[in-house]
Write a protein that binds this ligand. Structure first.
Ligand code: FAD
Ligand code: SIN
Length: 530
């Protein structure tokens, strides 16, 4: 039997929870009873949001200005960001952060009671609000507690969205650029029972986060498999800027560990200096902003140094920093390095390497989070608002998610009365499928996919590498489609299907780009223009 909701929110990170919270508060105030379902594929707090370290950017200090934050975002994005969107996000930031504080989020303060503002790469001023080095966990905690206090919201944990329900399911032919496609909710695998249920909703928000697991090494938790992007693409949404994959310059070097533990950029903002294994600085050869240059530049510089020397990592040196203050600001990083690698940051350098961290592109949305499919919204990392352009400025992601969660909420409320659900939508049909006997195929295909993406579509690309990636991917795609058609759905099979689709979108976008901008660096283009 289908379950009926007014709103379906797929994802319980900052984007999904802030949107659901706002809707619940709004309808509580107007006295109109509504049902809001928030579904999450594992535990509610297992999100990219929970792992965010550095913080959330906003103009807060009197000496800072919106203009400076706007310019920093444009420069980091290599001027491919949409200026109107940058202006919206930067100007709305303080208000959205005040709301997070009202919902119970704590940010660190100075002794005089003012917020302690950190600085990160690409920022011309101190403007990062943070809670020690576990800002995301604090935001996630506060938002989850807030949602639990709102009776309109029902959180379904271990529910996996398989596909969106659209006009296609009414037997109609839908094309990608049609303007009358429409979303009615999603088919959702209840992993407690193994059954696919129909979650019908007048409005659906995709807030499914990142794609990190398409790559061999990533800072993203295992949930980040690009499900929302793949579901939206299959439903004929438009995806944009998929070639712009951000590699964080400083993931802790622990070979074979997935996800990689992040050494926050705020550590470089605090004075940390990048050095080669020989202990020599090198950033002066790449950028005047040294270790605090935007991420694309720092990650490429590290990659180039590692290639030149053949070393498996570089170092981050914090031995000159005030130890007590460092521990106060970065207790989690200090403890992790000590407990897992025996590093005493007072005298040892921290070994670091770049790792996939963030997708700047995603499902194309307008300035209210609306996709090209009616009543389907997207917010957070799975969406492409135009804020990040070719490279995201540090700590602008949590901010984008909360600003667009709010803007999607405004439009959802405005359009609410127009929404309705037809009564002839079909239930999930898995007749003729069986549980696959061997999941080793899935494991192997996943391994191959990660290897292709890391080796051929990573920090430095070439035409030949990208073509090879596309050719190899096609074989995996065909193999997996056959398996998918025969199998009862499971998280693993669906996740791999989605990752293959996301990889396809990344490679296609990378091959279509004929200039080197921000995070996209093709050596062949560099040679042609040299
Ligand atoms: P997420 O928080 O990732 O939430 C995704 C949700 O979608 C999860 O609940 C998941 O279960 C659910 N989901 C996914 N697929 C399905 C499915 N098929 N069915 C059901 N549910 C599904 N950004 C900053 O601005 N500042 C920082 O300091 C910062 N530090 C970071 C540090 C790390 C280690 C990482 C990984 C990221 C960091 N980022 C930072 C980026 C930022 O954390 C993320 O971009 C942001 O939290 C994404 O939020 P979201 O709500 O879009 O998605
Ligand atoms: C970090 O703390 O370095 C991550 C910040 C971000 O991804 O914005």
């Amino acid at each position: 039997m289908p379950q009926h909701f007014d709103f379906l929110v797929i994802g319980s990170g900052i984007a999904g929870l802030s949107y659901a919270t706002k809707l619940a508060i709004h309808f509580e105030e107007t006295g109109q009873p509504v049902r809001i379902a928030v579904i999450t594929k594992v535990r509610a707090d297992e999100t990219n949001t929970k792992y965010a370290q550095g913080g959330i950017a906003a103009v807060w200090a009197v000496e800072d200005s919106f203009e400076k934050h706007i310019e920093d975002t444009m420069i980091a994005g290599d001027f491919l960001s949409k200026r109107e969107v940058v202006e919206i996000v930067v100007r709305e930031a303080p208000e959205r952060i005040r709301e997070l504080i009202d919902y119970g989020t704590r940010f660190d303060k100075e002794d005089d009671g003012d917020y302690d503002l950190a600085r990160e790469g690409g920022h011309s001023d101190h403007r990062i609000l943070h809670f020690k080095d576990i800002t995301g966990a604090e935001i996630e905690r506060a938002l989850l507690e807030k949602t639990q206090s709102l009776p309109a919201i029902q959180v379904f944990t271990h529910y996996y969205a398989v596909d969106l329900i659209t006009r296609h399911h009414l037997g109609e032919t839908v094309h990608r650029y049609d303007t009358d496609n429409r979303c009615f909710g999603a088919y959702v695998l209840n992993t407690h029972t193994g059954q696919v249920e129909m979650f019908l909703a007048k409005t659906t928000l995709l807030a499914t986060g990142g794609i990190g697991n398409v790559y061999q090494s990533t800072t993203n938790p295992t949930i980040a498999t690009g499900d929302g992007i793949a579901m939206a693409y299959r439903a004929k949404s438009i995806c944009k800027d998929m070639e712009f994959i951000q590699f964080h310059p400083t993931a802790l070097y622990e070979p074979g560990k997935k996800p990689s533990f992040l050494i926050s950029e705020a550590v470089r903002g605090f004075g940390g200096i990048l050095k080669t294994i020989k202990g020599e600085t090198f950033m002066e050869n790449y950028d005047d902003r040294l270790s605090l240059a935007p991420r694309d530049i720092v990650a490429r510089a590290i990659d180039s140094e590692m290639k030149k020397s053949g070393d498996p990592h570089v170092y981050l040196d914090v031995t000159h920093c005030d130890f007590e203050k460092f521990v106060e600001h970065f207790p989690n990083i200090t403890a992790y390095c000590r407990d897992n690698l025996g590093i005493d940051i007072r005298k040892d350098y921290i070994p670091v390497v770049p790792a996939q961290h963030y997708l700047c592109g995603g499902i194309k949305v307008n300035e209210f989070g609306q996709t090209n499919i009616n009543f389907l919204y997207a917010a957070g990392e799975c969406s492409c608002t135009g804020l990040h352009g070719a490279n995201r400025l540090a700590s602008n992601s949590l901010l984008e998610a909360v600003v667009f969660g709010h803007r999607a909420y405004l439009k959802t409320v405005e359009n609410f009365n127009e929404a309705s659900i037809p009564d002839n939508l079909p239930e999930w049909n898995d007749a003729g499928t069986t549980h696959p006997e061997e999941l080793v195929l899935v494991t192997e295909m996943q391994r191959e996919l990660e290897s292709i993406m890391s080796n051929y579509v990573g920090i430095v690309r070439t035409n030949r590498r990208m073509k090879r990636a596309m050719d190899r991917l096609e074989l995996i795609y065909l193999e997996h489609e056959e398996l998918y058609r025969q199998s009862k759905v499971s998280n693993r099979i669906c996740e791999l299907r989605n990752m293959i689709e996301v990889a396809y979108l990344i490679i296609k976008a990378a091959m279509a780009r004929h200039d080197n901008r921000g995070l996209h660096f093709n050596q062949d283009i560099e040679k042609e223009t040299a």
